[in-house]
Design a protein around this ligand. Structure first.
Ligand code: NAD
Ligand code: UDP
Length: 348
């Protein structure tokens, strides 16, 4: 993605001090865009990832000039001692798609609890600033619409989404108390449904599913009657929001999402229209505890960060469709053998 302007003083400091930053979950969809952005800013980026839902190939295509080190490592096991001192830590490690976070729910819960604790302890040791990726899922199946940061949510603590929803709620609590009682600078974004290039094809999320199905001429799988709503944010807008939030003094959670709300059935029609696909739609059972409505109130992000999304859904979907189209056609061709980032063995 293009790197937006940063003030000259900050860019000079980054380049003069050779600042190291850690991105957990950096090989995932959002993490790879964040690594690319940070490298563009001149940081030395260290990515820790299990590759549970991320891929090294997400990082192999980004220009890194030797500034990227990828370590296969699980944050539940701590942060490796032999990595350098970090000035900033971005904690994104956690599968985000319901299919994947429910595949090993205990691991998801522990990544958000033990893993986040490990990240915060390392940040305290390094005196690093922390960004934590929280989620709109902390609002559960919301009874308030749109959702503002003041709303406490409606989460089933024992449902199939609980490992993620409650895990992220606990992580917010832990981050808040590290800030409140131990003076750590922690910034938290409640990220609403985000989409864009480098989503996994088999991620199970609605945008990637519909695009792949449309491109392959398969039926688009609408769960339930398709009247449930979501609000989709293009990944470049999210990354800009993360950067603004990380370098702000806003201590509480901030919603980052696009308030343009639409029904899942409408999304299916839009994908069919843009791709020109002749696919049909297939209605399937609605998953348990699937939220009925979701739309961020982004007043706080606007007032405190001057942030708002800039990418219209149609434009973002068109770019995402072009990405998946190219990925599908590449699969028929042999690999180009492009050299990737330095990949290190994990250490405890
Ligand atoms: P993703 O699944 O593509 O990426 C998550 C990455 O974390 C993957 O590369 C995965 O291998 C890695 N990972 C998982 N557990 C790990 C562990 N224990 N140790 C190290 N690495 C681990 O998901 P994403 O969409 O890129 O989401 C990134 C973050 O943003 C997540 O924390 C997610 O909860 C949050 N978020 C995303 C969205 C969205 O719509 N994409 C919405 C809300 C919140
Ligand atoms: N969904 C759907 N078809 C799919 C995948 C998802 O209708 O192939 C629905 C899902 O039930 C939910 C919405 O789309 O109502 C968004 O699902 P996703 O998994 O992308 O995100 P989340 O539920 O976490 O918001």
């Amino acid at each position: 993605m293009p790197v937006p302007e940063a003030d000259d003083a900050r860019l000079t400091e980054i380049s003069a001090k050779k600042l190291n930053v850690l991105v957990t979950g950096g090989a995932g969809f959002v993490g790879s865009h964040l690594c690319e952005f940070l490298i563009g800013r001149g940081y030395y980026v260290f990515c820790l990832d299990t590759f549970q839902t991320g891929r090294a190939s997400n990082l192999s295509t980004i220009g890194h000039n030797g500034r990227l080190t990828v370590v296969q490592h699980d944050i539940k096991a701590g942060i490796p001692d032999d990595l350098p001192v970090f000035s900033e830590i971005y904690n994104l490690a956690c599968p985000a798609s319901p299919v994947h976070y429910q595949a090993d729910p205990v691991s998801t819960a522990m990544t958000n609890s033990q893993g986040t604790w490990n990240v915060l302890c390392r940040a305290e040791r390094d005196n690093a600033r922390v960004f934590h990726a929280s989620t709109s899922e902390i609002y559960g199946d919301p009874e308030v619409h749109p959702q503002s940061e003041e709303y406490w949510g409606n989460v089933n603590p024992v449902g199939p989404r609980s490992c993620y929803d409650e895990g992220k709620r606990f992580a917010e609590s832990l981050c808040t108390d590290f800030g409140r009682t131990r003076g750590l600078a922690v910034r938290m974004a409640r990220i609403f449904n985000t989409y864009g290039p480098r989503m996994q094809e088999d991620d199970g999320r609605v945008v990637s599913n519909f695009i792949i199905q449309a491109l392959l001429g398969r039926p688009l799988t609408i769960y339930g009657d398709g009247s449930q709503t979501r609000s989709f944010c293009y990944v470049d807008d999210l990354i800009r929001g993360i950067d603004l939030l990380m370098h702000s003094d806003v201590a509480g959670p901030v919603n980052i999402g696009n308030p343009a709300e639409l029904a899942v059935g409408e999304l299916a029609q839009l994908v069919l229209e843009i791709t020109g696909s002749k696919s049909t739609v297939l209605h399937m059972p609605l998953p348990v505890d699937d939220p009925r409505r979701r739309k961020p109130d982004i007043t706080r992000a606007g007032e405190t960060l001057g942030w708002r999304p800039l990418t219209e859904l149609r434009e973002g979907l068109t770019r995402t469709i072009a990405y998946f189209d190219s990925e599908l056609s590449k699969q028929a061709r042999p690999s180009s053998g492009t050299p990737g980032p330095r990949l290190r063995a994990a250490s405890a």
